[in-house]
Design a protein around this ligand. Structure first.
Ligand code: ADP
Length: 249
């Protein structure tokens, strides 16, 4: 069942999600987080470094096992499922394209682990390149592309599986300011066109406010506030949110 057909069912539901890392002392990275992300939303997890955003993302992807709580995707409990068995895909900041492969081959690589026929692979690669507006660039090498175009190839590689949810871990973090602003506009446009749920991690309040339908503000493993950019900016729920989002209220 896709997120679209399950009207009203959140694309992502986190219930008392918890992660403690062993050590002395142990670290409570994620402290009983509850969160609903709606289907088709551009949703950002915003907060300072070390506040638990990436750990939440990694648990949703299945790379990290929760110590407590539950993760649902489109109404299905996936808490104990393997990463390949979840309808999500991830774009990391340090995406790596293969320099000896064409753009199309790099995108197709996202499908090779799954059993998809060659004809179907070709259709899906063309579709993903179209979605990131690189339909004419499939035969180029990554070295023949601009930084922003390479970033879009990485995005296409994640979209090629047609995931219901795309997880983005500071994907623009390594870019210079000008390219970053350009990519923000493109990301927003692509998300609108493709219509899937984006869960975006950033420590940059401006980026979150610009891009997101809604934002969760993280502090020390907990969510301080969930709301639209307007709500978080104009009516911060705590002194922490006011300080972090940069209002003088
Ligand atoms: P953020 O993404 O907001 O920067 P993280 O989720 O990366 O925060 O980290 C949250 C907390 O968990 C931090 O205190 C971090 O040091 C700790 N942490 C993250 N990963 C590990 C790990 N593999 N082992 C031990 N501690 C970790």
């Amino acid at each position: 069942m896709s997120a679209e057909t399950a009207t009203g069912t959140p694309a992502i539901r986190l219930a008392s999600l918890r992660k403690e890392f062993e050590g002395s002392p142990p670290v409570v990275a994620v402290d009983d987080v509850d969160l609903d992300v709606r289907a088709g939303e551009f949703f950002s997890m915003l907060g300072p470094s070390g506040s638990g955003k990436t750990t939440v993302l990694r648990m949703i992807a299945g790379f990290e096992e929760p110590t407590g709580g539950r993760i649902e995707l489109a109404g299905q409990d996936v808490t104990r499922r393997q990463p390949y068995d979840r309808d999500v895909n991830t774009v990391f900041q340090d995406y790596a394209l293969f320099p000896h492969m064409s753009v199309a081959e790099n995108v197709e690589y996202g499908l090779l682990v799954k059993k998809v026929s060659r004809a179907e692979r070709r259709v899906r690669v063309a579709e993903a390149l179209e979605q990131v507006r690189l339909a004419d660039h499939g035969s180029r090498r990554p070295s023949q592309l601009s930084g922003g175009q390479r970033q879009r190839v990485a995005l296409a590689r994640a979209l090629v599986n047609r995931p219901t949810v795309l997880l983005l871990d500071e994907p623009l973090g390594a870019l210079d300011l000008k390219l970053r602003e350009q990519m923000q506009v493109e990301l927003k446009g692509i998300q609108r066109d493709v219509g899937i749920t984006f869960l975006f991690v950033t420590h940059d309040q401006e980026e979150a406010l610009t891009l997101s339908d809604r934002i969760a503000v993280f502090n020390a493993g907990r969510i301080e506030q969930v709301g639209t950019a307007h709500e978080v900016y104009e009516s911060p729920a705590s002194a922490f949110v006011a300080g972090f989002v940069g209002t003088s209220n």
